[in-house]
Write a protein that binds this ligand. Structure first.
Ligand code: CP
Length: 303
């Protein structure tokens, strides 16, 4: 059976719980303990959009498990620049690798790629669509640094174009989390997602005001305004800098609040917050390694 990872909508809570439990066992390997679990296996990475964390944590995960990585490289230097379709690219690379990690500009690209692939496709972000492996590491971070039980979370920033928050909201509905969506009116969570969440009985409210919720949450999950996805740059200017987490804001927070961010950040979090007890975004980036190790091992049927 092919273990494609396309959207959090495809996961049950039991499946997520198994992944989170297994990821804990990979932490020592993520920190350097030797493993040859994926020796002889090859992962292909295809990034049609920029990435630091997703690309490099998948590479780290694969290499620390004893496997190899091949990379399409820059789109300009590949045959995509000659007009090769995504379907053909996927068909060909399936002959070279045991799984493919794909980031693409177009929503739905990963699902389409899966239809043409003989090896597992792992969606590393499809336009403004979904980013399921980010969500799994986000859930893992909450499990490790806070709790997924009775969770009260504010999801803040660009909820329209931010794919990480789309995936996260679906997953958190399975955990019965109390979600407050904080965004400018223009960047609210798409209606189609809100309807899905309501259908699942999720507890979701919306506001534009971060100050109104800061004293009543366990997790503050803030995101970058996705400048590159705005059709009109002047519309971006109207919402740029809408939210900024500062030490002053955090004075009103619970002692055990954690601040998360999928990164990269622009100006949403004052660097002065990095040294406070609230910051968890760099731990979050590390947790991408054990979680992605788990996903690779499952995709390549080593678990
Ligand atoms: N969080 C995330 O997807 O980061 P990158 O864009 O650097 O991969």
């Amino acid at each position: 059976m092919l273990h494609h990872i396309i959207s959090m909508k495809d996961f049950s809570r039991d499946e997520i719980d198994i992944i989170l439990k297994r990821a804990k066992g990979f932490e020592p390997i993520a920190k350097g303990k030797k493993s040859d679990m994926l020796s002889g296996k090859i992962l292909a990475t295809l990034f049609y959009e920029p990435s630091t964390r997703t690309r490099m944590s998948f590479e780290t995960a694969m290499k620390r498990l004893g496997g190899d990585v091949i990379d399409l490289g820059s789109i300009e230097s590949s045959s995509v620049a000659k007009g090769e379709t995504l379907a053909d690219t996927i068909r060909v690379i399936g002959n070279y690798a045991d799984a493919i990690v794909l980031r693409h500009t177009r929503e739905g690209a990963a699902r389409m790629a899966a239809e043409h692939s003989r090896v597992p496709i792992i969606n590393a972000g499809d336009g403004a669509g979904h980013h399921p492996t980010q969500t799994l590491l986000d859930l893992y971070t909450i499990m490790r640094e806070s709790s997924l039980s009775n969770l009260k979370i504010a999801i803040v920033g660009d909820l329209k174009y931010g794919r990480t928050v789309h995936s996260l909201a679906y997953a958190l509905s399975l955990y019965r989390a109390d979600m407050t969506l904080v965004s400018p009116k223009q960047l609210q969570m798409p209606d189609v997602i809100k309807k899905d969440l309501k259908k699942q009985g999720a507890s979701v409210s919306e506001t534009v005001n971060i100050e109104g919720v800061i004293d009543d949450i366990d997790v503050l999950y803030i995101t970058r305004i996705q400048k590159e996805r705005f059709p009109d740059p002047s519309e971006y200017q109207k919402v740029a800098g809408s939210y900024r987490v500062t030490e002053e804001l955090l004075k009103k927070a619970r002692n055990n609040l954690i601040v998360m961010h999928p990164l990269p950040r622009v100006d949403e979090i004052d660097p002065a917050v990095d040294g406070t007890r609230y910051a968890r975004y760099f731990e979050q980036a590390f947790y991408g390694v054990p979680v992605r190790m788990t996903l690779l091992a499952m995709a390549m049927e080593a678990l």
